[in-house]
Write a protein that binds this ligand. Sequence first.
Ligand code: UD1
Length: 341
Amino acid sequence: MTKILVTGGTGYIGSHTVVELQQSGYEVLIIDNLANSNIKILDQITKITGKRPEFFQMDLCDREKVFDFFSKQNDIAGAIHFAAYKAVGESSEFPLKYYKNNLFSLVNLLEAMDKAGCNNLVFSSSCTVYGQPDVLPVTEDAPVQKAESPYGNTKQISEEIIFDQSKTSDLKAISLRYFNPIGAHETALIGELPIGVPSNLVPFITQSAIGKRGKLKVWGNDYNTPDGTPIRDYIHVVDLAKAHLVALERMTNNKSEDQYEVFNLGTGKGNSVLDVILTFQKATEVNVDYEIAQRRPGDIVQVWADTRKANEVLGWKTNLELDVALKSAWEWEKNLAQGIL
Ligand code: UD1
């Protein structure tokens, strides 16, 4: 069996990707320091796939441990690197925490991979690198704009580090720029697990609907969009997870056109905040209490993906619609309320 390393494999997108990998016959090794995830997710993955991934509780910033890991595992075919801090607001408050964690870990991983002759990397990037694009839908050629937050900057710098390393070594890498991942696995055994008050829209909706939070605040309805609320490209996390396998196999099957490639992962469709609320209500028959509030600083007006490169070059497309994603997020929230973890 082909061995794949998944860093951050107990996290939200990581855990869904581990499931897809195992169901496609890969042997998965997870490195995670559990800074923002729950060890019980391993049991959940095991319930879905019938197989427990090998787990290493380790901080990628611990250089010696990372090198030690690779010296004992010299037959890893590729790595999918999710492990990183991701809270935008917190990153502005503690920039060094973000630069240190997200960049030192990447450098350690790249060095250890190089030494071990492990030359295939999928990197978890974000559409945040485009800022507010001038042209929509946004293509991979759109200029990268000055980051709004240290978090966003770590994604930009990480992409540059990986690109530079690919120019001077045998490393092949693919950065996947995610739009807005939402939803949960169809079994509702894994899903998004925000710590504290969620800042993202969908977990706030589900927590508010279940009574764990107060009224949802819609951050502004005076934007220049049809209903006045901002527009995003919401992608089902399972569709997103599947793209990681396709990206990995593109490299292991020697299909890459360049040592370093970038793909947008989105649906190509934009939905407003009000669209999301109304679709959630219709899909679940649960009411969401909301009020219009002031704009949230740093929010862009609208962004959605041009998916042609991912569709035609990578050979991947989304299958799951917004209502399916929202329904799955709700099933997961109900399971959480019943103490599934
Ligand atoms: C946010 C981050 C982005 C990050 C992404 C990861 C900011 C400014 N951007 O993107 O860098 O890559 O998460 O998932 O934090 N909304 C409400 N009420 C809420 C929550 C959200 O109205 O309680 C609105 C927001 O104003 C926005 C939309 O819902 O228009 C989506 O918000 P969110 O889920 O936080 O995603 P982004 O802002 O797109």
